[in-house]
Design a protein. Structure first.
Length: 186
């Protein structure tokens, strides 16, 4: 959730949360925290994003880092634990870094890796990724930035493509849970 986002309304956020979707903090201004060394700006981005959701009645314990960046910033690492239990950090591109993605390399609660799915991701690539992770008996955290029928960004996935991917997961027998459910051990 980016505070004041034009992509989603407060009403939609509340409805999504009531329908068991994870709604988590995504900073106030969507800046790359890896390049931010001003503690006041870092605190503002983390604290105020969380407070915005709290004001809507949404509890957020996970910070989703814009651009997957920030976890290497020492100042960020010193501050994030004050506001969040976890943060999703490293963001892998399914095309370029698929073989590097491995949650078994060690768990860092403030740098949880995930794979970004965008309009560049073909159904074949998506299915290949799921099949590889299933064969390795590995967890994969899939990140969708935007799901809508107007594609103005490489990170936007069409509704039809998203449904096709979710159907593949279901037909493959892959258990799907939210990141929050995983971290809570459900």
């Amino acid at each position: 959730m980016i505070t004041g986002s034009s992509h989603i309304t407060d009403k939609q956020l509340i409805l999504m949360e009531k329908n068991s979707m994870d709604i988590e903090s995504h900073t106030v201004d969507h800046i790359n925290l890896a390049q931010q060394f001003n503690p006041y700006i870092l605190i503002h981005e983390m604290r105020d994003s969380k407070q915005y959701l709290i004001n809507l009645g949404i509890k957020s314990n996970i910070l989703i880092l814009p651009n997957g960046g920030g976890s290497g910033n020492i100042l960020y690492r010193l501050l994030v634990g004050k506001y969040y239990d976890y943060s999703r950090g490293q963001l892998y591109n399914i095309i370029n870094n698929r073989n590097d993605y491995n949650l078994n390399l060690g768990f860092n609660r403030y740098n949880i890796p995930s794979i970004a799915i965008g309009n560049y991701t073909t159904q074949t690539e998506f299915e290949s990724l799921i099949n590889q992770m299933t064969l390795r008996n590995q967890i994969v955290i899939i990140t969708y930035h935007r799901i809508e029928n107007i594609s103005d960004s490489y990170l936007t996935v069409s509704t039809a493509h998203f449904i096709q991917q979710m159907n593949y997961l279901k037909l493959s027998g892959v258990k799907t849970i939210t990141l929050k459910q995983y971290l809570e051990g459900k």
